[in-house]
Design a protein around this ligand. Structure first.
Ligand code: NYM
Ligand code: MG
Length: 211
């Protein structure tokens, strides 16, 4: 291990159903970590600011239609177009807190009926998360939260299927947090896991690849 690897930032991903609280928890976790002196950037996928991201955004808002397989590949391409920036940022010692990643890509497309293994293929070779924080929420509770149902996929039956595919992807990097708890209780659970993985990345844990 060279000096760079010893100081790399951690790739931390928040996953969960729509309205599980990921975005607010990401924000709170980022400011907590910055308060401890960590360098942190908050990212999200889809990144709707790129040309590919704009196609995805238009699809999600139901302004356009796309073939299920084609949109799956666009979501993956939206991560690939950020791959080198992701890696160089981590190598600078900056921790990335990412709101959704390849796990969303697979779970949402598989829930539409696309083959699970086929869905994983275009993600192969992307940097793997050091830690996946899965915010586990009852789809009925999520549906009762503000603005639910505006975008494609925001239906309880569909979200239930998404949850089963998330479960099928769990590995040793995953930590499940009960997101039916209060905002503060959820945050508390995330902090401990994040601090510990940042430490192990500083001590030289290797950046792995999917899958
Ligand atoms: N989504 C997100 C996918 O279907 N595939 C992906 O690869 C990603 C990253 O897009 N319902 C879905 C999950 C969400 C929607 O995400 C938009 P958000 O976090 O609401 O912007
Ligand atoms: Mg959403």
């Amino acid at each position: 291990g060279g000096g760079d690897a010893e100081k790399r930032g951690a790739l931390i991903v928040l996953e969960g159903l729509d309205r599980s609280g990921k975005s607010s928890q990401c924000r709170a976790l980022a400011s907590f970590l910055r308060g401890r002196g960590e360098s942190v950037e908050e990212w999200r996928f889809p990144d709707r600011t790129t040309a590919i991201g704009q196609m995805i955004s238009s699809y999600l808002s139901q302004a356009s239609e796309l073939d299920d397989s084609a949109v799956h590949l666009l979501f993956a391409a939206n991560r690939w177009e950020k791959r080198s920036l992701m890696e160089s940022t981590l190598r600078k010692g900056i921790t990335l807190l990412i709101d959704r990643y390849s796990y969303s890509g697979v779970a949402f497309s598989a829930a539409k009926g696309l083959d699970f293994q086929w869905c994983r293929t275009p993600e192969t070779g992307l940097p793997a998360a050091d830690l996946v924080l899965y915010l586990d929420i009852d789809p009925e509770v999520a549906a009762s939260r503000g603005e639910y149902g505006l975008e494609r996929y925001e239906k309880v039956d569909f979200q239930r299927r998404v949850a089963t595919y998330y479960q099928a992807m769990r590995d040793s990097t995953w930590q499940t947090v009960d997101a039916n708890q209060s905002v503060d209780e959820v945050q508390e659970a995330l902090r401990e896991a994040a601090v510990s993985v940042i430490q192990s990345c500083k001590s030289g844990a290797e950046l792995l690849r999917l899958w």
